[in-house]
Design a protein around this ligand. Structure first.
Ligand SMILES: [Zn+2]
Length: 382
């Protein structure tokens, strides 16, 4: 049985305090669970079937959309179907694979991780952006790249407020639809040009990794634009790209925002991490919120992203195990007197994100202070 390793923190400029036993106990109990049941922490048969189903769903939607759809409403329905499949690949396949959680074999993780490249994102940049920047420093302004949607939105207390943020709880939802085109045409190129993400440098890809990145981009632009334009007018292809990308962007953004940009999550000032001797695992707990844990359909489709506490503590465990792992983590939290944040439904999580955006958009006098005492105080999820 593979041993569960803690998340590496090599090169962190922030010194999290050493684990006082909470994380070790979580790891011990979770390891015991896998040993006791004789199961691997990686993909199960159900996960392989799910992978085949989602990839097949995507391929079928694309072929029907490009080669079979005979009128506009068939095109719209198939475009929607393809968008749902693309988001499903993002949630449930590439995410596990790029964390090394899908399989114990590196090559399997690598190949499935490249599904992100097929969808137009770079799995190389994603590693630095998501696995390193976001997973090591969640909700630390300036270090967690996911918090940076400037100038359009203010997600964290430490960020500069602009007058129009006052209305961000209304206008950000449709703006989330620009995530994918921005990713396809701007973000990866900018990150690679600057060799920087979340304020930290990263090595530019070379050799095979560079070839994979360029090959992935060529493949994406080939299937998304070049091939369809051989059969349809260019403006129709662009219109369907815009619609599909908007739907995927809104879905991905909302699901990832619900885990961290909600009222129950903490946004500590980076200086507090060292001053208050924060432990890395406790920081993950304080900054992450689960939702709709009892909804099996949502859990299936979201690739366990409604169990982000478990994902942040155990990013190398395949998401199909999170529901059972969550019971263990919740028990250990109770024993150690640590709060375990969870919204009962997706609706309460979305409402909380809306209220958080409203709070961050208000003028300073009415916004919540960012002191550690206030931010760290336990709050009940509505
Ligand atoms: Zn992750």
């Amino acid at each position: 049985m593979p041993t569960l390793k803690p998340q590496p923190l090599a090169g962190t400029p922030l010194n999290f305090a050493a684990d006082s036993g909470f994380y070790a106990e979580c790891r011990r109990r979770v390891q015991a669970f896998f040993d006791e049941h004789g199961i691997s922490p990686h993909a199960t048969l159900g996960m392989y079937l799910k992978t085949a189903a989602i990839l097949g769903w995507f391929a079928a939607s694309y072929v029907l959309l490009v080669f079979v759809a005979a009128n506009w409403w068939q095109g719209v329905l198939l475009s929607l179907s393809m968008a749902l499949a693309m988001a499903g690949i993002g949630f449930g396949i590439q995410h596990d694979a790029n964390h090394g959680a899908y399989s114990r074999f590196k090559i399997v993780n690598r190949l499935l991780g490249m599904t992100l490249d097929v969808l137009g994102g770079s799995s190389y940049v994603w590693h630095w952006k998501h696995n390193v920047s976001h997973h090591t420093y969640p909700n630390l302004n300036g270090a967690d790249d996911d918090l940076d949607i400037r100038p359009w939105g203010r997600l964290a207390p430490g960020q500069r407020r602009m007058f129009f943020h006052r209305l961000q709880q209304y206008y950000l939802w449709p703006l989330y639809g620009f995530l994918l085109p921005k990713w396809h045409f701007v973000d990866d190129a900018l990150n690679l040009t600057q060799a920087k993400v979340g304020g930290r440098g990263f090595p530019r890809p070379r050799g095979l990794r560079l070839a994979e990145l360029l090959g992935g981009k060529a493949l994406f632009f080939g299937w998304a634009f070049f091939l369809p334009m051989l059969f349809h007018p260019w403006w129709q292809v662009l219109l369907f790209y815009a619609g599909t990308a908007a739907f995927v962007g809104i879905s991905l953004s909302i699901v990832f925002q619900l885990a961290h940009c909600v009222e129950n999550a903490e946004f500590p000032h980076p200086a507090l991490i060292e001053r208050e001797n924060r432990q890395w695992a406790v920081h993950q707990l304080n900054t992450t919120v689960n939702f709709a844990r009892r909804n099996p359909i949502l859990t299936w489709y979201l690739g366990g992203l409604n169990f982000q506490i478990e994902h942040h503590l155990f990013p190398r465990i395949c998401h199909v195990h999170y529901p059972r792992v969550s019971r263990i983590v919740e028990e250990v939290c109770a024993q150690w007197g640590l709060r375990y944040n969870s919204h009962a439904s997706v609706f309460s999580a979305i409402s909380s994100h809306w209220r958080w955006l409203r709070r961050m958009g208000r003028p300073p006098a009415r916004s919540t202070p960012t002191s550690a005492a206030q931010q760290a105080s336990p709050r009940q999820c509505p």
